[in-house]
Design a protein. Structure first.
Length: 227
């Protein structure tokens, strides 16, 4: 698995790079946003770890431009306690975030969790329905189409939507959705799911009854409206 670290802290990159290499990853590093974005355009990586505060081009700008041509998984590194940076990063299409300074072992665990999300979810073929009105789910290619056009989804957005579609018409709790789609326990102050679902609502058209495709069931979770 090839990972690109994009962070101007060279010492931290070296530390994380050594540990990730010992964990079986192929690791490369760039130390400013401009060089990092060019590297992502030229070479193939399974995932990028991007710091927000960098010279030349910050992590937010890099992520915004990356999402114009790639849905590859991205983990953002944020200053500890900067909740707004995390929310904005998720809104721009980040798959996860980690506060700095971070433990290399935790970073490795987050990388593996995010990469697992890129794998097809286990499906219950006995009750699987791949078409919901104008929406078609092609699970083998991890593609969701609306009116025949593929939606541009990150790996995390796909997994959230696929999980909700597996249970179309049923309420999926926050805890169940977090575990199934994000690969982690739901925390009471974790807004990751809320941000990702807000992003999905902007990409999905309303139903024929002018209802949002994803309904919030207050204090419990969410429900995908089949039609």
């Amino acid at each position: 698995m090839a990972i690109l670290l994009i962070d101007d802290d060279r010492e931290l990159c070296e530390l994380m790079g050594r540990f990730l290499t010992s964990e079986g990853f192929e690791v490369a590093a760039e130390h400013d946003g401009v060089a990092g974005l060019e590297r992502l355009k030229q070479d193939e990586f399974e995932l990028a770890v991007v710091d927000i505060m960098m010279p030349g081009k910050n992590g937010m700008d890099l992520l915004r431009e990356l999402r114009q041509f790639s849905s590859m998984p991205v983990i953002m590194l944020t200053a500890r306690g900067e909740e707004m940076d995390r929310i904005i990063g998720l809104e721009l299409g980040a798959d996860d975030y980690l506060a700095k300074p971070c433990n290399p072992r935790e970073l490795a665990a987050r990388i593996r969790a995010v990469l697992r999300r890129s794998e097809p979810p286990q499906e219950n073929s006995g009750k699987q329905n791949n078409r919901f009105g104008s929406i078609e789910w092609q699970s083998q290619s991890r593609t969701i189409l609306e009116h025949g056009t593929a939606l541009e989804l990150t790996a995390t957005e796909y997994n959230i939507l696929a999980t909700l579609m597996q249970h179309a018409g049923e309420v999926v709790s926050k805890h169940e959705l977090s575990q199934a789609a994000l690969g982690k326990r739901y925390g009471p102050f974790d807004r990751s799911l809320d941000v990702h679902i807000g992003h999905l609502r902007k990409k999905l058209a309303e139903t024929a009854n002018l209802e949002p495709r994803i309904k919030t069931v207050r204090s419990i979770g969410w429900l995908f409206v089949p039609e």
